[in-house]
Design a protein around this ligand. Structure first.
Ligand SMILES: Nc1ncnc2c1ncn2[C@@H]1O[C@H](COP(=O)(O)OP(=O)(O)OP(=O)(O)O)[C@@H](O)[C@H]1O
Length: 251
């Protein structure tokens, strides 16, 4: 069996004595698409930022392609394309200018900027200021920058926020193309229908903890229609039951 492309072992994150992520472990197979699902404040962004090397875990280990951030930051960062859930674009820059700037930082040729602009349907808007773009268009610029260098690991935080139904579908197709090129994808969403359509495997987060995980195919076989909604509710019911038993034992 090949080594998983990403190995996260017992990661914890505490900020100002608040436990934001608690003892999470997972492995991502190379070429898989994995969805991190959960409600607001579940800890999804924090986990993604730790895997991307932007934030360091309080404890635990993250290995990407055999590399650890603390041992080789440059090589670690070269593996990753990261799409944040929000970004304050600099004023006064066009879509092409900003993507060209990011491409130069990653030593990518200008040709790639034109390719990604076309992929996200913004070639005809390349000379427009990004500050005048709608939320969905800014999301497409952020996706374009994340895929600029064809990263081995594409990490996306709520990538479909603000996309209209047409671009939602296009986005799913674009990510599926990324998968066929052998790239590994980790994304967060609170939209379980998107996870169902896009992911091979999902991990459910609740209050910073893993409350269930499995392959979308297995969940579909088990639950039939709307499998991830049912799987998530099943996981939450299990937690409630466990907490009840714990409370009764403590009384
Ligand atoms: N820098 C920080 N300082 C203090 N608390 C933080 C910090 N970053 C995150 N948190 C808290 O950690 C919890 C998890 O936040 P996170 O953004 O990871 O959740 P999320 O699942 O991505 O939420 P959402 O879906 O709303 O974006 C929240 O309660 C948040 O307030």
């Amino acid at each position: 069996m090949p080594e998983p492309f990403v190995i996260a072992s017992n990661i914890n994150k505490t900020i100002k004595s608040q436990k934001i992520v608690q003892d999470i472990s997972f492995e991502l197979e190379k070429g898989s698409i994995v969805g991190l699902c959960g409600g607001n404040g579940a800890g999804k962004s924090t986990v993604l930022r730790m895997v991307a090397g932007i934030l360091q875990p309080t404890s635990g280990n993250i290995v990407v392609s055999g590399l650890q951030w603390k041992n080789d930051r440059k090589k670690f960062a070269e593996q990753i394309g990261y799409m944040p859930d929000d970004f304050q674009f600099p004023q006064g820059m066009t879509a092409q200018e900003i993507l060209s700037f990011w491409a130069s930082l990653r030593e990518m040729p200008e040709q790639r900027v034109h390719e990604v602009l076309s992929l996200v349907g913004l070639a005809d808007k390349k000379n427009k200021l990004v500050s005048t773009f709608s939320k969905g268009m800014r999301q497409r610029v952020l996706f374009a920058q994340a895929i600029l260098s064809k990263p081995a690991l594409l990490i996306m935080d709520e990538p479909t926020n603000g996309l209209d139904p047409y671009w939602m579908k296009e986005f799913v197709n674009l990510v599926k193309v990324v998968k066929t090129e052998g790239q590994t994808v980790l994304f967060s969403t609170h939209q379980l229908d998107i996870a169902e359509e896009l992911a091979d495997y999902v991990i459910f987060l609740n209050e910073g903890q893993n409350c269930g995980e499995g392959s979308v195919e297995e969940y579909s076989q088990l639950f039939g229609e709307f499998p991830l909604h049912k799987a998530f509710h099943y996981s939450m019911e299990l937690i409630t039951k466990k907490e009840k038993v714990k409370d009764e034992n403590e009384d």
